[in-house]
Design a protein around this ligand. Structure first.
Ligand code: M6R
Length: 613
């Protein structure tokens, strides 16, 4: 996946593009590039130096000629073609007048390239994207204006795309289009923008619009017009943006991850705010799904990826116990390929921080196609997932920029547990007093997380003690198991160390063979109901020479007998423990990554929003 940006009619085109690319780096940073266009001239610069590609591009652009009012820019996460400058976007046609940028994958690029080469087109990269420049060139040669040329090209490509194209023979025009990969348009007096997401142009545009699948937009300085693939006019949906630039920047912290870890108490409070009427009814204003329908749900399927999948696994325990509904949790990239069963009464919940993860969007589309009602749990208002779903619950965690997800996890668990309580209320599977007590308990989690954040130094000190370790097993039982999975995911993606999550009881069925001196076992051991069992599991690994780190409650004295290091947290109700227990594990992973000199906000090979399958 990649980030794209464009501007027409600007007096500081280059600065706009470079600033936008910097904010889009979380989508990929294998290479970066810009193209500036004015009558009869296209100027291009590209760099491919890994995580610092945008900074290198800025230096490269110091020699750019001035006076360009329009341009496009791209930051790349390589799919087809090595992360080298020759494959960096913008890519040009044979004449060098047409420049394109693309996020997505053109699946039939090989056959299209063959046809174009047979007509005499010369390719200079090994990307799937370059066919777009030559297809557009072909239509321009036949006399089509740029928008029609883009439309004609998109009629023959298969795959996913957010693209933007410019032509020096039609300056002050950018044509952009979308299928699956995200794209927004922004306007301000005399200037029009496009970008993969709103933060890239947040302080430049004053109004923002979502481009839907198979829509093509022609941007000019005075505004834009949009059509569908058949050429009929369409209206773009105006987005409601409830965050400002400050939330999109670091706010005084060293990095976004620290800021976002520290924002977790607020994320929880906002997610839970105004969710209960005076009469005790739990309510989701944005849900758009009737009580009768919710009451009659027979089965819930949660689909999600990565951290969101771990949050969904926590929710399974709460939905089953409180609402007595049978729940399955699916990895979203697997769901649609296994011929899923959707019966009457199946509710599918797509959980995604960004709401743009393609695997999750495809899974929920498949579920809708098979007749399921779909609820989106999304952090981004008006995300693709939110717009396509039958109903939506927003997590209101605020913008999350760091590639490693932190505050989104706790907000997702809170939102899904709240939904479980609402279902329990509708189905009378819990008493009103139990629901009240759980609702109040859930609202207290934010302050418990704040208490844990004050202990940051202790968690970092343990990371220093273990800085030589290379193998980690994270274990837990009940909701401690998905917490362990999430702890392992944080450590591996941030520090590049080997870390695996297991249900504690499963170790003896194979993984125990890997335990030996030097291996670290991190146990989530805060659940009183499971405490004796997990102490036994820890005794088993200790007997085989492992170093043991335990997340344990303040009042737990017995843990000292088996743990070499204890990460203390306040006790909370069993279902709420993942939101509290994950915090020391996030800080531990962060500290380990810093000690090892990793880029915590931008781990290698990853991107914040995964828009390719
Ligand atoms: O935006 P989403 O919640 O759909 O993203 C899903 C995963 O890509 C994401 O959680 C990923 O696993 C994070 N890097 C984990 O920290």
């Amino acid at each position: 996946m990649c980030g794209i940006i464009g501007v027409v009619g600007s007096s500081d085109t280059l600065a706009t593009l470079l600033q936008g690319l910097q904010r889009l780096e979380y989508r990929g940073y294998d290479s970066a590039g810009v193209a500036l266009v004015r009558p009869g001239q296209t100027w291009r610069a590209r760099t491919a130096v890994g995580t610092e590609s945008v900074a290198a591009l800025r230096a490269e652009c110091a020699s750019a000629p001035s006076g360009f009012r329009s341009g496009i820019g791209h930051t790349r996460w390589a799919t087809h073609g090595a992360p080298e400058a020759v494959n960096a976007h913008p890519l040009l046609d044979c004449s060098g007048n047409i420049a394109i940028i693309h996020n997505g994958i053109i699946e039939n690029h090989a056959e299209l390239q063959e046809q174009l080469e047979a007509k005499g087109h010369v390719f200079t990269s090994v990307t799937d994207s370059e066919v777009l420049a030559h297809l557009i060139e072909d239509s321009r040669i036949q006399g089509l204006e740029l928008m029609e040329a883009v439309r004609a090209s998109l009629l023959v490509v298969r795959g996913a795309f957010a693209i933007a194209a410019m032509d020096a023979n039609e300056p002050d025009v950018i044509v952009a289009a979308r299928r699956i990969s995200p794209l927004v348009v922004g306007t301000a007096p005399g200037v029009t923008y496009l970008a993969s997401d709103v933060p890239a142009i947040l302080d430049r545009a004053t109004a923002f619009y979502a481009v839907n699948d198979d829509e093509i937009v022609r941007l000019r300085p005075e505004g834009f017009r949009a059509i569908d693939l058949e050429g009929s006019p369409v209206r773009l949906h105006q987005l409601s943006i409830d965050w400002d630039l400050e939330t999109a920047e670091k706010g005084g912290y060293d990095d976004f991850m620290t800021k976002e870890i520290n924002e977790q108490p607020d994320a929880l409070r906002s997610t839970l705010m105004d969710r209960r009427h005076k009469d005790g009814t739990i309510t989701f204003d944005e849900l758009r799904i009737g009580d009768d329908e919710l009451r009659d749900v027979k089965r819930v399927v949660l689909v999600a990826a990565g951290t969101s999948h771990n949050a969904a696994q926590v929710a399974k325990y709460a939905l089953e116990r409180w609402a007595r509904i049978s729940v399955e949790v699916d990895i979203s990239s697997e769901y649609r390929y296994r011929d899923p069963i959707v019966e009457i009464g199946t509710l599918v919940i797509g959980v995604s921080q960004s709401g743009e993860t393609i695997d999750t969007i495809m899974a929920t589309r498949e579920a809708q196609y098979r007749g399921a009602h779909v609820i989106a749990v999304s952090n981004i208002v008006d995300s693709s997932l939110a717009r396509e779903a039958d109903a939506v619950i927003y997590t209101r965690a605020g913008l999350e920029v760091s590639v490693a997800s932190t505050k989104a996890f706790v907000a997702q668990v809170a939102a899904l547990e709240l939904l479980a309580l609402r279902l329990a209320q509708l189905r009378s599977t819990l008493s009103p007093s139990d629901i009240d007590a759980l609702f109040l308990g859930l609202n207290a989690v934010g302050s418990q997380v704040a208490t844990v954040l004050e202990r940051r130094d202790r968690f970092e000190a343990v990371a220093h003690e273990l800085k030589g370790a290379r193998d980690f097993f994270f274990i837990g039982r009940h909701v401690g198991f998905p917490t362990a999975l999430e702890g392992a995911l944080k450590l591996k993606e941030l520090s590049y160390l080997h870390a695996e999550g297991y249900p504690a009881g499963e170790l003896k069925h194979g993984p125990l063979a890997l335990i030996e001196p030097g291996v670290v076992v991190v146990a989530v051991a805060t659940d009183p109901a499971m405490h004796e069992k997990i102490l036994s599991n820890l005794a088993e690994v200790k007997a085989r020479g492992a170093t043991v780190v335990a997340v344990a409650t303040d009042d737990d004295e017995s843990i000292a007998a088996v743990a070499d290091y204890v990460l203390r947290v306040p006790a909370t109700e069993q279902m709420f423990t993942p939101m509290v227990d994950i915090v020391p594990l996030q800080i531990f992973a962060y500290a380990m990554a810093r000690i090892l000199g990793r880029n915590v906000d931008r781990p290698r090979n990853l991107a914040k929003t995964v828009t390719v399958e």
